[in-house]
Write a protein that binds this ligand. Structure first.
Ligand SMILES: [Zn+2]
Length: 370
């Protein structure tokens, strides 16, 4: 257990941590701290709850052989998260055995890093994956994903995944070309099995039809906007609200993927995604922050800026990375700075700004070098 620590001098108050928990929050005169407690100077900074990136992948080659990579090298790679204040990440498809090995080394305290939850391998319709050569060029490990063809076999494939105890189920609803599409009854069979086991279902949609299929089948999270699908109409927005589904916008992903294209085309694609997020939010839909790390670089700055262009305030974006995912994903002792809550914290120059320090369960996992 980490030693007791007092984070002091922050603009929004002091935070006293003992072990992995927050014990007291206030202006310093409002609570007593034991003699000799370690004081961490946070002058001029703001303390925010540890941030949650709900869409990442540990599928790049740099994460393979996670059981054997030297601890220092692995910790340096994991700063891709911790140096931006991320204390929790949800991996939405990777090689499950490998991701578990990575997580175990972090949980044992051997490697400093964020908390990891994962769906393990995602389910795909037959032939939806790009060929191995493409996967190699984009830097992704060769991981076969289970293919589902009909409802009966999809239910079986889901049970097989669930036997290995992932934290949720991920489904790719179509190929990127849109030629291969998962039928509603197939997706419904997957959702029913996952929900029976108490697990949420995240989906990757490519079209407006994929989004309708997903909401009809009762999925929990749309892991992307669908900028090739045009504006979202009322039936989609109403279903989102009634079914309490969440959206992870991944706006910067579209900017990144369109970087080889004409500026006008790239801009209109990003603008469509921004309008989808704006409409979703205006309809009262739940928004979770996520970047698709692994397909994009680590820096979340572009995503913050694009979410603001969709009309989200700084406070709303911070909520989408803290209290909202904690509640939606059932992690009820995270996402807030209050006594009894887990000491997952980020010390920042300003919300959405530079990160000075990141703590996971009271342990300092990142400290900015001057
Ligand atoms: Zn993804």
């Amino acid at each position: 257990m980490p030693a007791p620590r007092l984070l002091t001098g922050a603009t929004n108050g002091n935070v006293f941590i003992d072990g992995d928990r927050i014990v007291a929050v206030g202006d310093g005169s409002s609570f007593e701290t034991p003699e000799g407690v370690e004081r961490v100077d946070c002058s001029g900074a703001t303390i925010v709850p540890g941030l949650y990136n709900a869409h990442v992948h540990f599928f790049e080659r740099k994460w393979s052989q996670a059981h054997a990579t030297p601890a220092a090298e692995l910790a340096a790679q994991l700063e891709d998260f911790t140096r931006y204040g991320f204390t929790s990440v949800f991996d939405l498809s990777s090689q499950w055995e490998n991701t578990q090995a990575l997580r175990e080394r972090i949980e044992r305290g051997e490697v400093a890093g964020p908390r990891i939850r994962s769906t393990g391998e995602g389910l795909v319709p037959p032939g939806a994956l790009p060929p191995p050569m493409v996967m190699a060029v984009i830097g992704v490990m060769q991981t076969p994903l289970p293919e589902v063809v009909d409802a009966r076999q999809a239910a079986q494939a889901t049970r097989t995944l669930l036997d290995h105890d992932p934290d949720a189920i991920k489904v790719f609803l179509s190929s990127n070309s849109g030629h291969v599409v998962m039928e509603l009854e197939v997706l419904r069979a997957i959702v029913d099995e996952a929900h029976r086991a108490g697990k949420k279902v995240f989906v990757h949609p490519n079209t407006a039809d994929d989004v309708r299929t997903a909401l009809s089948a009762g999925v929990d999270v749309l892991a992307h906007t669908v900028p090739r699908g045009g504006p979202w109409n009322d039936d989609i927005l109403q279903a989102a609200r009634e079914r309490r589904a969440a959206l992870i916008p991944t706006l910067a992903l579209w900017k990144h993927l369109m970087r080889h294209d004409r500026l006008s085309l790239a801009q209109s694609m990003v603008a469509t995604a921004i309008e989808q997020l704006r409409a979703w939010r205006d309809a009262g839909g739940i928004v979770l922050f996520g970047t698709d790390y692994g397909a994009v670089d680590a820096d979340p700055g572009d995503e913050y800026a694009l979410m603001q262009r969709a009309g989200m305030t700084v406070d709303e974006i911070v909520a989408a990375m803290t209290s909202v995912p904690a509640e939606f994903l059932g992690e009820t002792d995270r996402g807030r700075i209050a006594p009894g809550f887990m000491a997952d914290l980020a010390v920042v120059d300003a919300p959405l700004g530079n990160v000075r320090m990141t703590l996971v369960g009271g342990e300092i996992v990142y400290w900015e070098r001057p």
